[in-house]
Design a protein around this ligand. Structure first.
Ligand SMILES: O=P(O)(O)OC[C@H]1O[C@H](OP(=O)(O)OP(=O)(O)O)[C@H](O)[C@@H]1O
Ligand SMILES: Nc1ncnc2[nH]cnc12
Length: 237
């Protein structure tokens, strides 16, 4: 096991209080029409806002905490290492490779998502490169959905559609194969972490451009110091 740094608790997964567990959002989530909910393991911040929907008005929602009262969350949280100043000074990097070294934590993470999504009629799990490729495929297999990789530019050999987005530490683009997702698909977007939300916005846009219904975005970690908003799937800060 890689050594864990001494300044835990970590930023990403925050452990639930009994009060937080009691006030956890209902399942399944009911967001305003047009809003794509983001679910994170553990406790989500109230300051995370999802806005959008039809009618032109801005409607507020919240990021949803999944399994905030579940005993497995503590083990998952403690398996994630934080590396300061990576890849740039000032970034507290949430390193999920240590979670992967812990088979129980890894299995518990997958199980929590599978328990949430197994009866949601999801036909495609779209994983965001690179770390969505770790969590997405086992979820897809377990719920009987196809897996579609959303890749960094110039990696996919077939015809693609692409979306640009901003990151906490730069800009990037993701691409998806034309034909991999169809208009009648019900999609789940999977990634390890939501920071600014730019990556998830781009993923949702790609899927909606081909007519898929995005049921939800699922992440393991939410960075508490960054605010996230979707307005008709457009990031606003
Ligand atoms: O919410 P956001 O601000 O968009 O940031 C979150 C994204 O950043 C990280 O990926 P990164 O772009 O570092 O790519 P990598 O997984 O290939 O290293 C992370 O895995 C998410 O995909
Ligand atoms: N702080 C962070 N740790 C890991 N991945 C990230 N992606 C964006 N910000 C990140």
């Amino acid at each position: 096991m890689l050594p864990l740094l001494p300044f835990q608790p970590r930023l990403g997964l925050r452990l639930p209080s009994a009060a937080a567990a009691a006030s956890a959002p209902p399942f399944p989530p009911r967001g305003p029409t047009g809003v794509v909910s983001v679910v994170v393991v553990g406790r989500a911040r109230s300051s995370v806002r999802l806005t959008g929907g039809g009618g032109g008005g801005r409607r507020r929602g919240s990021a949803l905490a999944m399994a905030s009262g579940d005993a497995r969350v503590a083990g998952i949280a403690s398996s994630i290492r934080v590396i300061p100043d990576f890849p740039k000074p000032g970034i507290m990097f949430q390193d999920i490779t240590t979670l992967l070294l812990d088979p129980k934590a890894f299995r518990d993470t997958i199980d929590l998502f599978v328990e949430r999504y197994k009866d949601q009629g999801i036909t495609v799990v779209a994983g965001v490169e690179a770390r969505g490729f770790i969590f997405g495929p086992p979820i897809a297999l377990a719920i009987g959905a196809k897996f579609v990789p959303l890749r960094k530019p110039k990696k996919l050999p077939g015809e693609v559609i692409s979306e640009e987005y901003s990151l906490e530490y730069g800009t990037d683009k993701i691409e998806m194969h034309v034909g991999a997702v169809e208009a009648n698909d019900r999609a789940l977007v999977v990634d390890d972490l939501i920071a600014t939300g730019g990556t998830l916005c781009a993923a949702v846009k790609l899927l909606e451009r081909v007519g898929a219904k995005v049921v939800e975005c699922a992440c393991v970690i939410e960075l508490p110091e960054l605010k996230v908003c979707f307005a008709s799937n457009k990031l606003i800060n």
